[in-house]
Design a protein around this ligand. Sequence first.
Ligand code: GLN
Length: 485
Amino acid sequence: MELYKLTIHEANKLLSNREISAKQLAESVLKRIEEIEGKVNAFNTITAEEALKNADAIDKLIQQGEEISPLAGIPMGVKDNICTSGIKTTCSSKMLENFVPPYDATVIERLNTHNAILVGKLNMDEFAMGSSTENSAFKNTRNPWSLERVPGGSSGGSAASVIAGQALFSLGSDTGGSIRQPAAFCGLVGLKPTYGRVSRYGLVALASSFDVVGPITKDVTDCAIVLNVIAGRDVKDVTTADKPVDDYRTALKDDVKGMKIGIPKGFLDKGLDSEVRTSIHQAIKLYEKLGAELIEIDLPHAEYALPVYYIIACAEASSSLARYDGIRYGYRADDYDDLEELYKKTRSQAFGSEVKRRIMLGNFVIGADYYEDYYLKALKVRTLIREDYAKAFEKVDVILSPTTPTSAFKIGEKREPMDMYLSDIYTVPVNIAGLPAISIPCGFDANGLPIGLQLIGDLFEEKKLLQAAYTFEQNTDYHKKEPIL
Ligand code: GLN
């Protein structure tokens, strides 16, 4: 078997037993990148030379008989909005095309301590705004299951690279679905941790009250392994929770007997593709067969989630993006007469149209005239949505829904922003409430495209999610399928 096809836990076993070397593993992944990157377009930057050097260093550790971390020597890709010291972090924007951060994000620091090996930075929607990676200023990443389709977004490069074998796992960020939606479109496991479980230090902000970093992996075991390393309090991010980190691997049990699974009333009635609906119904039946108890729940304010999300996310984005003024870092227009013109030209030239749309929307909803009608109202509904979930979790352990209303759509198919926004309908409510959620593969449609199942947990209940996800995986084969490239 080609080494790039391994999961993290399989590779770790072979590395620990010295059946393969970290160098061989890195070489296999780098060769795979060389062979198929022309088709997939997942990477903005490839760090082949450093990867091989790091692999050599890890092989030395192994030879010296040191006990290694489950992530030691494992090739990983990182979304290009997570800062990597000395390596470009572009957010797939002309604004940051040549930005080289002088420091590592906390998640990168932790992965480095565990000797994971960075193979490159991954394409995304500009500043993580989008659901298809078509908003990248640089290129369209393609879905390895069908090259004329999108890989999802905004972490499209993160998902495409893993299913294509260009990395054993990747990091994405999720503000309204950007880990789960591309994971679903590419047939992978994607976890959005509880807000505050994983440090945002060094993650370029989109909407700070929603943003969270998380793993995209080939299976649930790998997901637990990565979460073990990146989760936890960080003094550099005051929104991280001061709660001990569980060993998430202890949740990997094939057992849902007596587990209470909530099915939101009306979620499967309309607005979703019939093949997605069928797969979700089959998943529900399987859980029932495995001994879970299914309970209908009510999320009465979920229908307002999309407008609430876009009002708050745009308001926060317009403020996060104010720092790109052409003065401190990033792009600067080269022809201007005064400071005001410098600002205007810099921002007009370097931001793409989706970014501009959101800055304008954001400034509109927090402007003095409309603040109460839009922003303040959205904050109030946000509280109601949170309360809906809190009430539901008095009765259930996890909530089940589709991850997306359709499977991967064609590149260029969704021209209207509203059409694109609707693909987040099942994922954004979760970010509004700050809850953890995982997407796992639960089927394929008639075009051979993967379908994702979303499981949502109560705050800091990642273990329950992982156990429910692991059980599903143990009793199905969807995660074992691979695209032919
Ligand atoms: N697609 C959503 C948006 O465009 C979510 C993006 C994200 O999670 N980064 O805002």
